[in-house]
Design a protein around this ligand. Sequence first.
Ligand code: FES
Length: 160
Amino acid sequence: MSDPRPATARGALAAHGTAGVPFRDLLAVEELAIGEMRRVTVGELDLLLAHLEGGVVATDDRCPHMSAPLSLGRLEGCLVDCPLHAGRFDLCTGETVRMPTTGGLDAGGVYHAPWTPPGREPKAEPPDLKARARALTRTHRLRFYPVRVRGGRIEIAVPR
Ligand code: FES
């Protein structure tokens, strides 16, 4: 089974502390059908394991915006929707494909205004602390844990 992410994403977006770490057994590949995702907890790490058309990927089960569990969202192809602010993230590339409704900074540090219904004027944000916090919250790229399938078992490398 191959890893569906491009080589650039695999290297640059590797989760910290996973280089050279031994793989450990997680579950049988038949327990996670293609098109399914689920939370798997390893020690203190809550992981999102997704079986995509091209293979199995693992990332944190924390939205890269404000940490909501992506496992409660919706998976369609490579794309997962966050249940909290409707951000949409690409599990094949690690990129944000739809910013959260609250707006804020994208991974490159570019500001996005909060979502406005089509045809409506953007609402003026009150200059309070919450609005400033939303505006300065950066939505990062996803980070991936090395995953492989051996003998019908999904194995993962996580920091020791
Ligand atoms: S926590 Fe996921 S989009 Fe805000």
